[in-house]
Ligand binder design. Sequence first.
Ligand code: FES
Length: 105
Amino acid sequence: MTFVRVCGLGELAEDTPKRVEIDSTPVSVVRTGGEVFAIHDICSHANVSLSEGEVEDCQIECWLHGSAFDLRTGKPSGLPATRPVPVYPVKIEGDDVLVSLSQES
Ligand code: FES
């Protein structure tokens, strides 16, 4: 599994998603509740950037129609989205946040 450094831990404000790209794949990196998560940055319902949405209760909400995706599993908690969004493994090394594009589940 290849991990790529995407940013420094200090660049991530709590509950404020940061959009990064790994090999042209958009990824939203989220620090919340003392953990860091990486989720594909495009909603499974339409072509909308999830990093522009709000984070609450370990979920990121799509600002367009309100489906919220679990940052651990990528599963939507409600309509209109029905399909999960890929989530990616994260590693913290010192102040570096690393993400692998291999999917966790
Ligand atoms: S575009 Fe995200 S819920 Fe519709």
